[in-house]
Ligand binder design. Structure first.
Ligand code: PEP
Length: 240
């Protein structure tokens, strides 16, 4: 079963979330055969949970410590308590804008596990790295930060080339296949691994992307903000 994840980033208030979930539900007729995850901002998680649809929830981030004097931060346990099943970690926006290092991300993964959350661990090369032929090396380095995570635990990895995020320029089939194949061999010890593609997935392109071998689903940013469009992406996932 494919997995589609809506990463709303810093968009949608709690009341907008109520309107979104009502509209989204209408687009989800007979949606067996696809796993849907919504990742609203922290302030809208409760509204998305209360709407009780056929989706589970993800936090967009969590702190690397379990509790304490960290003003303004959110722990993995808090996310789990609100009903989250997943947490997105290592998104390129956090790596770039908040300086999140591999070491820090390993700690976040450990906190997620302690809280019973499944990490959706994002990896991907920048344009400069791709042009320099360093894509595989970057993926290898980023995946190494999962070394301490028990191999038998369910894990989702999202391949998100940085140059494809929010740019409208998605990776092509060959680039996706190459990266996913590499990730699968780097993570061959994992017994429960799903690899998603993320980066400018739209309702129009989702069918083709989700139909690629080795693509277990999609992490969708901008296009997930439209409930009808995200429902289309979820429907496209069923047929693949
Ligand atoms: C993302 O931020 O994870 C993402 C894939 O964004 P977009 O779909 O807008 O490129």
């Amino acid at each position: 079963m494919k997995l589609v994840v809506a990463n709303w980033k810093m968009n949608l208030t709690a009341s907008e979330t109520r309107a979104y979930t009502a509209a989204f539900r209408k687009g989800l007729t007979a949606l067996e055969g696809v796993e849907i995850v919504l990742a609203p901002p922290f302030t809208a998680l409760a509204a998305a949970a209360a709407a009780e649809g056929r989706w589970s929830l993800a936090g967009q981030n969590c702190h690397h410590r379990s509790s304490g004097a960290f003003t303004g931060e959110i722990s993995a346990r808090m996310l789990a308590d609100l009903g989250c099943r997943y947490v997105i970690l290592g998104h390129s926006e956090r790596r770039r804008d908040f300086g999140e290092s591999g070491e820090l991300l390993s700690e976040k993964v450990a906190r997620a596990r302690e809280a019973g959350l499944v990490p959706i661990f994002c990896v991907g090369e920048s344009l400069g790295e791709r042009e320099a032929g360093a894509t595989e090396e970057v993926l290898e380095r980023q995946v190494a930060d999962l070394a301490a995570d028990p191999a038998g635990m369910p894990l989702v990895v999202a391949y998100e080339p940085v140059w494809a995020i929010g740019t409208g320029q998605r990776a092509d089939g060959g680039q996706i296949r190459g990266a996913h194949g590499r990730l699968r061999s780097l993570l061959a010890v994992r017994s429960d691994l799903r690899i998603l593609y993320g980066g400018s997935v739209t309702a129009e392109t989702s069918g083709e992307i989700l139909g690629l071998p080795d693509v277990d689903g999609a992490l969708v940013g901008g296009a997930s903000l439209d409930p009808a469009g995200f429902a289309r992406i979820a429907r496209a996932a069923i047929q693949r």
